[in-house]
Design a protein around this ligand. Structure first.
Ligand code: UD1
Ligand code: UDP
Length: 360
């Protein structure tokens, strides 16, 4: 059986790694890895291939940036041309980025079965581009691998047949567990590089936070203020950097340390050692939950409710006063640690591989 894995953007790389590794144990399965090229900077793509031990992609479609329509359409055109030449028996798509939905749509039209890893997540906010990508991909896929039980409930409510849905746990946590020792070895060097003692870690890239200059200015102003209480390290996503430059919003506080996006290992160990994390990332909500580090999420909703119900995550929305209060509470010792959700145990990739391998 020929299996084709699709990746395109930063959070896909951590998710594909454990599935690729686990499928190697099944000799009847041949694997190919296709990169759409949605993310292309070295520190948004190549570094993860090195650090996660991923093979060089067999194909890179080189799609790059553009509007949602341009990016999705170009991925569809390039992907269709590829699969018409070299048709796989099954395609595996990951997460909720434009590459995920574009490839799924092409497969639906050509009758190629699609398995979706990280299925069933819902923010119930259709203004979020990823929510549309999740809804469509889950309607197309014939195998849906969910990270938590809320995913199963969402899918069943949307009419997905129960036999298509498999609760397997969280592949992102497989990668975290595997690479935590390697990440930890980098901590002394990072501490010295950024002169860190107690610190907070920040990531931001959601269009709802960074594409609206007033919102972005408010968030940066608040981070500036908070950096007087605790130094904040802020590796900046390229979308956010572009917005900061466009609107001349460069923060002023010396304790707010801006840097380029970091590698996976560097970012993982920084999360583990941070007093708190401020983010709007999906994956970071999950990783802080596993690491039991307090996480304040600058979003009104989350497609990962288990991180709030079970984990250490708290939604603060767009309320900057609440953000400040929560930071003070955490610094004052009100540390919310939470627990690790069921099946976030390092074996999700193996469960997925077993189901795929036994499906023929
Ligand atoms: C995408 C995903 C989002 C995911 C995020 C992870 C969609 C709809 N969005 O958002 O779900 O959380 O990736 O990081 O798929 N850019 C660069 N270099 C790169 C990549 C991007 O400079 O290597 C810049 C470009 O200016 C580009 C912008 O970032 O226009 C946005 O990139 P894009 O892939 O469209 O969306 P993200 O915001 O990265
Ligand atoms: N990440 C990273 N370097 C950074 C910021 C994040 O390696 O500078 C990792 C993070 O640990 C997680 C993943 O990127 O594994 C999350 O991806 P991102 O926030 O880009 O996307 P989302 O999860 O929101 O879709």
């Amino acid at each position: 059986m020929q299996v084709l894995h699709i990746v395109g953007a930063r959070p896909n790389f951590m998710k594909v790694a454990p599935v690729l590794a686990a499928l190697r144990h099944y000799p009847h399965i041949r694997q190919q890895l296709l990169h759409t090229g949605q993310h292309y900077d070295t520190n948004m793509s190549e570094i993860f291939f090195q650090q996660l031990g991923l093979p060089t992609p067999d194909i890179n479609l080189g799609v790059g940036s553009g509007s949602h329509t341009v990016q999705t359409a170009q991925t569809m055109l390039a992907f269709e041309a590829f699969v018409l030449q070299d048709r796989p028996d099954r395609v595996l798509v990951y997460g909720d980025v434009n590459s995920t939905v574009a490839v799924s749509l092409v497969c639906a039209k050509l009758g190629i079965p699609v398995a979706h890893v990280e299925a069933g997540l819902r923010s119930f906010d259709r203004s979020m581009p990823e929510e549309i990508n999740r809804l469509l991909t889950d309607q197309i896929a014939d195998m849906l691998f969910t990270p938590s039980a809320d995913g199963d409930r969402n899918l069943l409510r949307e009419g997905v047949a129960p036999e298509k849905v498999h609760l397997v746990g969280n592949v992102m946590i497989d990668t975290l567990i595997r690479l935590q020792p390697a990440a930890e070895a980098l901590w002394p060097g990072l501490q010295a590089r950024f002169k860190l003692a107690a610190f907070g870690l920040v990531t931001l890239h959601r269009p709802s936070n960074v594409d609206d200059p007033r919102m972005l200015a408010q968030i940066l102003h608040t981070l500036d203020e908070l950096a007087h209480e605790i130094p904040l390290l802020f590796p900046i996503h390229p979308r956010t950097r572009r917005r900061i430059e466009e609107h001349s919003l460069t923060p002023q506080a010396r304790q707010l340390l801006l840097c380029e996006p970091l590698g996976y290992l560097e970012f993982l160990t920084l999360q583990r050692h941070a007093r708190l994390v401020i983010t709007d990332s999906g994956g970071v909500q999950e990783e802080t939950t596993y690491l039991q580090v307090p996480c304040l999420t600058l979003r009104e909703n989350t497609e990962r409710p288990v991180t709030v119900e079970v984990g250490s995550n708290q939604l603060v929305g767009r309320n900057m006063d609440l953000l400040k209060r929560m930071v003070w509470e955490i610094l004052g010792g009100g540390r919310r640690t939470g627990a690790i959700p069921p099946l976030w145990d390092g074996c999700a990739g193996e469960r997925i591989a077993a189901i795929i391998a036994n499906s023929i």
